[in-house]
Design a protein around this ligand. Structure first.
Ligand code: HAM
Length: 445
């Protein structure tokens, strides 16, 4: 039998490491989303990853894919049934009610973090994935639906991916309108039951609207002929939807009215929307949401209109990479090269002094020794603009060497460091006590 220690343990299928080489994309995306949300007046709420299973059973719908087959559910030590959250809306509503956030006030909240669904892993579909979501409470009109959409449109423009995304919108109407429409769908699909695939047969009575969502090519003609919900909307939902569309028209945000957009969760009514790209294959929806006016009441709160969305961070990062959009580079300003024991000690102290003096300084100190040559290689690989050289001689003389490793980025004011504009690479030695001022002169904010 082979030694188990010789088999490195691997990550759980569908749960990915996010590697340092991609961290720049993640930070840029997360920072951009947070900036936009903050500027629109949304505040962050941090929610537990684990909730009582009952929360999801009551909110997502018992015949949805998530509840039927995708939840990570386990018994707590005391026997309570708990679930790793498959999405953020349910927990956010629970927290808003529990913490009294909905009493006579409107709320604009956002959250981010990992979600868990036991789906078949493939490109763009993972078992642990990250969402950034926004949820609004207490606003019933189409203005807030429009705000949510315009806010995401602004974000796509900021990130440079707007041209790769198409906005799909639809209205699911009120529960009553949906119930009447549902009857019509059941009648229609029952009359063609021989053409239904296994999934759709199962959904015929439990959740016939989801049949419209089927991706099975053999079902498409049948679905195309089905009655459309938009033709069976109640007057209020119809007016709500046309006012939303009017705002989007006026704001110049293009959209497709997609009558087959029904969403995979049961809590929606009236507006639903998705931002979809063709650049990511089958899993092209990068952001999705809509209105869920009955959910707060269903979870025991006072009737409170609500709407929100969540975006899939992995899919957006992949889209950024696919379309060649690159995040701003955040390399160190300087890399400190250190030779000799005395220098090692002084380097640590000097580096702290520099960080005190220049709080925005990005400085990496070489730790773990190595020859000058290998340290220079590391300095270069780090992307640092300057190397600071501290050897035995410099320590004795209270000096430090500065060497330019690469030109200042275009647009930067300093062409080369320390008055050596004509020579590249520039290098000079200065007194350690002058280093803060010298660095302040040559690094940008
Ligand atoms: P959802 O459509 O289930 O909606 O998920 C939102 C987004 O999360 C998707 O559009 C996709 O980008 C990403 N996503 C979902 N599942 C996966 C997966 N297995 N792997 C990678 N990415 C995934 C919701 O979760 C609702 N809570 C959105 C919402 C908020 N509605 C109102 N407020």
């Amino acid at each position: 039998m082979s030694n188990p220690a010789s088999h490195p343990i691997q990550a759980v299928r569908g749960m990915n490491d996010i590697l340092p080489e991609h961290a720049g994309y993640w930070h840029w995306l997360e920072d951009s989303v947070r900036d936009v949300l903050t500027h629109y007046g949304y505040t962050e709420i941090r929610l537990p990853i684990v909730e009582k299973t009952e929360l999801f059973l009551r909110t997502l719908g018992e015949v949805t894919d998530i509840v039927e087959k995708e939840m990570y559910t386990f018994a707590d030590r005391n026997g309570d049934s708990l679930t790793l959250r498959p999405e953020g809306t349910a927990g956010c509503v629970r927290a808003a009610i529990e913490n009294g956030l909905l009493h006579n006030q409107v709320q604009r909240l956002w959250y981010k973090g990992p979600m868990f669904r036991h789906e078949r892993p493939q490109q763009g579909r993972y078992r642990q994935f990250y969402q950034i979501g926004a949820e609004t409470f207490g606003m019933a009109g189409p203005d807030i639906d429009a705000e949510l959409i315009l806010m995401t449109a602004r974000l796509w423009r900021m990130l440079g991916v707007y041209d790769n995304l198409v906005l799909h919108v639809n209205s699911l109407g009120t529960a009553q309108a949906r119930a009447a429409y549902r009857e019509k769908l059941v009648t229609y699909f029952s009359a063609h039951s021989a053409q239904l695939d296994e999934d759709s047969t199962r959904r015929l009575h439990a959740n016939p609207l989801r049949i419209l969502d089927s991706k099975n090519p053999q079902m498409q003609t049948l679905i195309a002929g089905a009655p459309q919900l938009l033709d069976h909307l109640d007057d209020e939902s119809r007016a709500h939807f046309s006012r939303l569309c009017a705002v989007l028209d006026a704001a110049g945000v293009a959209y497709v009215v997609n009558p087959r957009l029904v969403r995979g969760l049961d809590y929606y009514g009236k507006t639903v929307f998705e931002w979809v790209t063709t650049r990511l294959g089958a899993q092209g929806t990068v952001c999705a949401g809509g209105r869920y006016d009955v959910l707060v009441e269903e979870l025991g709160g006072k009737p409170t209109p609500a709407a929100g969305f969540a975006m899939g961070v992995e899919r957006l990062v992949t889209l950024l990479m696919e379309t060649g959009v690159t995040p701003p580079v955040v390399a160190p300003h300087a890399y400190m090269i250190v030779a000799g024991e005395a220098a090692e000690q002084q380097a640590m102290v000097l580096a702290e002094t520099l960080r005190d003096g220049i709080p925005h300084l990005r400085l990496t100190v070489n730790c773990g020794g190595g020859s000058f040559k290998s340290q220079f290689k590391k300095a270069d690989k780090s992307g640092a603009r300057y190397a600071l050289l501290l050897g035995e001689d410099e320590v004795v003389r209270g000096e430090i060497g500065i060497k330019s490793l690469r030109p200042t980025p275009l647009g930067g004011q300093i062409q080369a460091p320390l008055g050596e504009q004509s020579k590249a690479p520039a290098q000079q030695t200065i007194a350690q006590k002058d280093l803060i001022n010298a660095l302040l002169d040559i690094i940008e904010e």
